[in-house]
Design a protein around this ligand. Structure first.
Ligand SMILES: [Zn+2]
Ligand SMILES: [Zn+2]
Length: 381
């Protein structure tokens, strides 16, 4: 059952600062937990990049900020529970942090949970996108705590915790297919291209492959059942992009990774590409009116991708690209209505399952080729 729409939170109620303080304190606790069980809760690839001093300062910064927000919430709010909860959480984090076990050898486990990646990405994404959505929202009445936010948060958490297994699965086809066919010559040539051109080429070729995978997930009815999960959100915001069925996520990313692997871009280009992917995928779903002027014809913007999610038959099967609108222009799927934004997003299907678990099993539940009303309805895209 749909819960009734909630009011957008207002400044000055003490709620925003209360939520910030609880969020930051939780990040502090999770950070300390990573230090307790590094072999199990941190990702080998990230672990190499940590500067322990920096991590310490960041966690301490989180707790100090959390305390300041709690104090502010306390001063301006009638309901002081947020401040109380935050202070208790801060105390737990400090207690845990000051009782850390002696440094032990970290062993590489075959399976680790990416709690470190969750904390890092959640902190960075929240720092960038929460202020953008607070101060420059597109849908001004949409609150962050809309009826679907918990579902989207679960997607965000699960996809980050499973980063290690996702990474292995995504790289598997590329490594399996191309490992031993002698790509050194091609890769040396690609790496000799100047940085900016090489980066553009990386974005272009990755988006071209992403386009093909994404297109098939729209056009093949059985695949659409998986991708429909991503399109089911009616409240577009920075968390909404995380709502992707695990199968959809792995397959499209694996397809996108093929040309990246084959071309063997330089480390600088590959790292920049990863940062752009992470930021643009989140920004594209964000509830913000920032539209980047003429750059909207060059890079995928929120308005561009919101049209991809539009619950409007005129916009079905348009704007598949995630980096460069050029790709949609080439294939005739570019859609632009000037300054207009879609009236609504999501599926025109009141029966589409809600919640992470139901959406996870949904694609497997019925004969995907059965021409029932529900399927006809969603496979029109
Ligand atoms: Zn799509
Ligand atoms: Zn999307």
């Amino acid at each position: 059952m749909e819960s009734k729409p909630r009011e957008r939170i207002q400044f000055g109620e003490g709620k925003i600062s209360g939520y910030f303080s609880i969020f930051l304190a939780l990040m502090g606790i999770f950070g300390v937990l990573c230090a307790y069980f590094p072999s199990y809760l941190t990702t080998p690839d990230f672990r190499k990049a940590y500067d322990p001093q920096l991590v310490k300062w960041v966690l301490l910064g989180c707790l100090v900020l959390s305390f300041l927000f709690a104090l502010w919430s306390f001063l301006v709010s009638n309901r002081r529970k947020y401040g109380f909860i935050a202070v208790i959480l801060i105390a737990i984090a400090i207690f845990m942090g000051t009782h850390l076990p002696e440094a032990r050898n970290i062993t590489d486990k075959s399976f680790t949970v990416g709690l470190d990646w969750l904390v890092i990405d959640l902190l960075i994404s929240a720092a960038i996108f929460v202020p953008i959505e607070l101060f420059l929202p597109k849908r001004t009445k949409q609150t962050k705590f809309h009826p679907e936010w918990r579902t989207d948060l679960i997607y965000f958490i699960v996809s980050h915790l499973l980063i290690q297994i996702t990474g292995v699965l995504v790289q598997l086809p590329a490594i399996h297919l191309f490992k031993n066919i002698g790509l050194e010559g091609l890769q040396t040539m690609v790496q000799s291209i100047p940085f900016v051109l090489q980066l553009f080429f990386a974005l272009f070729i990755a988006d071209l492959f992403q386009y093909s995978g994404h297109y098939l997930f729209h056009k093949v009815p059985y695949l659409w059942r998986f991708h429909a999960v991503h399109h089911s959100t009616k409240h577009m915001d920075w968390l909404a992009g995380s709502r992707t069925h695990f199968f959809d996520l792995v397959v499209v990313r694996a397809v996108t990774f093929l040309p990246i692997y084959v071309c063997g871009f330089s480390t600088a280009v590959f790292s920049t590409y990863i940062v752009i992917v992470a930021l643009q995928a989140v920004l594209a779903h964000a509830n913000t009116r920032i539209n980047f002027g003429w750059l909207k014809y060059v890079f995928v913007t929120p308005q561009y991708h919101h049209w991809h999610h539009a619950d409007d038959p005129a916009a079905y099967n348009k704007n598949f690209a995630i980096h460069l609108p050029l790709i949609d222009m080439i294939f005739g799927t570019y859609y632009d209505r000037g300054d207009e934004w879609p009236e609504k997003t999501g599926l025109d299907d009141a029966h589409f399952p809600k919640g992470f678990a139901r959406q996870l099993i949904y694609p497997f539940q019925k004969d995907p080729l059965a021409k029932d009303d529900e399927l006809t309805d969603i496979s029109e895209r």
